[in-house]
Design a protein around this ligand. Structure first.
Ligand SMILES: [Zn+2]
Ligand SMILES: [Zn+2]
Length: 341
């Protein structure tokens, strides 16, 4: 039974004649979420979850041909039943479920099993074949609860204020920025960089309510910013804009902070482990709950995670794709640079 084929352009469904998050232009693309490594330019037709539609139009182009569905609201494409289930990763993120003649494949896209305050919580879906990401597929990764994170971040802001410092959080414009806004809501007034502001506007215009923020203009009033909160993309670290913020205390927010390997991050004052991906236990529970007979492990620690799954009796293979943190980081920064100019 082959409902999916792994091709050079991406994961293909021959019966339905469509691709899942393809990395080359195709006629029909079913998209899991708006991150740059999953939603790319050049598709003749896009299908995504409702909440991703405005994000894709904002990033790829207002004139793209795009259709959207709610969660668990199936559509039939050439005899294949296609539906979206919450992935808990970013606003609008979805696992893509395909069903044909009783055989079910679920493509996870990117997912996080722990609930946060902003994205629709992850729902596990039973299937025959599960394609899972593995960004943080090592046992060292274990996330705190959202409440603990909220306390940690807000306490940092309070400490900065006691020292007359402005709190600057660095995070990607899609996902991390909205997550930080929800974690910091109520702590003090939040200013956001233009790349984040524009995306937020597109999201809000589509009817999704976001915490209140103000655009950080290039000619910002230094006095007004004193002791406040700013969120900007990580590419802005070392920028002139950031250098002009008075008494800035900087923090990077990423799952990678658990290992603190990246040199670039040594230039910041604080690091918080805020991840939009599942941790080790989250990945294992998602795989087990899917009850899949065959698992394919993609972007991240696929070799180690696939090996572990086989050891506990779950048939798993590695799958090479063009998704992943590095591809995404590069492409996301391009989006943010274009806006920043
Ligand atoms: Zn993603
Ligand atoms: Zn990804």
């Amino acid at each position: 039974m082959q409902l999916i084929k792994f091709t050079k352009k991406g994961i293909y469904c021959p019966q339905g004649e469509f691709y899942l998050d393809p990395w080359f232009p195709v006629d029909y693309a079913v998209i899991s979420h708006g991150h740059a490594d999953h939603a790319r330019w050049g598709m003749k037709h896009y299908l995504c979850q409702h909440d991703s539609k405005a994000i894709l139009q904002h990033r790829i182009g207002a004139d793209i041909k795009i259709e959207s569905l709610g969660y668990n609201d199936p559509i039939n494409i050439n005899g294949v039943n296609v539906s979206f289930y919450p992935a808990g990763h970013v606003i609008g993120s979805a696992q893509i479920r395909l069903e044909h003649k009783g055989f079910v494949v679920v493509f996870s896209g990117d997912y996080k099993t722990q609930p946060d305050f902003i994205s629709t919580p992850f729902e596990s879906v039973k299937c025959n074949t599960f394609i899972t990401e593995s960004t943080f597929g090592l046992p060292i990764y274990h996330w705190k609860s959202e409440k603990e994170l909220q306390n940690e971040l807000q306490q940092w802001v309070i400490n900065n204020q006691a020292n007359n410092r402005t709190s600057v959080f660095l995070g990607y414009s899609l996902g991390k920025a909205q997550r930080l806004m929800s974690l910091l809501e109520g702590a003090d007034h939040i200013y956001v960089h233009r790349a984040i502001h524009n995306l937020n506007e597109a999201i809000s215009n589509s009817g999704i309510q976001l915490p209140e923020t103000t655009l950080l203009t290039n000619d910002f009033d230094k006095k007004a910013l004193q002791n406040k909160i700013i969120i900007m993309p990580p590419g802005l670290l070392g920028s002139r804009l950031l250098k002009r913020v008075p008494n800035a205390a900087t923090a990077i927010c990423s799952g990678w902070m658990q290992i603190r390997g990246n040199k670039r991050w040594q230039a910041v004052d604080a690091g918080f482990t805020v991840s939009d991906h599942a941790d080790w236990n989250g990945l294992i529970s998602a795989v087990k709950d899917s009850e899949a007979e065959q698992v394919y492990v993609t972007h991240g620690s696929q070799a180690i995670f696939a090996k572990y799954l086989n050891e506990i009796g779950i048939k798993a293979d590695e799958l090479k794709t063009e998704y992943g943190e590095e591809v995404m980081a590069k492409a996301e920064q391009e989006y943010e640079k274009v806006v920043a100019q």
